[in-house]
Design a protein around this ligand. Sequence first.
Ligand code: 8X3
Length: 248
Amino acid sequence: MPTVLITGATAGIGEASVRAFAAAGWHVVATGRRKERLDALAADMGADRVHTLAFDIRDEAARDEALASLPAPFGEIDLLINNAGLALGLEPAQQASLSNWTTMIDTNITALVSITHKLLPQLVARKGAIINLSSVAANYPYPGGNAYGATKAFVRQFSLNLRSDLIGTGVRVCSIEPGMVETEFSLVRTGSQEASDKIYTGVNPMTAEDIAKAMLWVAEQPPHLNINAIELMPVNQAWSPFLVHREG
Ligand code: 8X3
């Protein structure tokens, strides 16, 4: 069975993806910062199916050391799921914290690009695949989206540009672009469980399992078929009219 490496696997979409791919018979390398959560996941799914690596995705030396330790068959990665990422803050740009912006850029862009660059030779050799977690925020601006949306626009465009360069290698690339999914996402973004609950109340938002299922579907398409991008929203989420400021 093929092997998938999933970043940001300790919660939400990452954790649900580990469960979905392992249940479908894949070997899964689950990476993230919170070791006890990774241990629990491996205990749950079986250590023969899920191998865990605890490191901060922004720490290249720790990442390389962890990847070098992978035993067979976990070291033979066929699919990279770049799920690790976060949103911090919903303030307008002129009030936002610069350190929030740089943390998002470091995680959502720099770390994603770096692990992709690291694994690309192997993925090319194995005719593998990459699934990048972008967002609807890549495609539509919204108040408070500022740097977060821009990082996700990078992820989408990087995915599409990878397709151009990887033509002829057999490597497939997909950008997954979800709207509202109830996970720790909004808790991390707002710093408050109450604020997070308010965002999802009455929305019937998507679940982490919904997105994991979509990723598994993408991964299990026949090798001649590439799903370029998938944009998903709960039925109760859509677009609003342009903001218009009237003077006077
Ligand atoms: C976040 C998407 O719609 O929750 O990636 O802002 S949304």
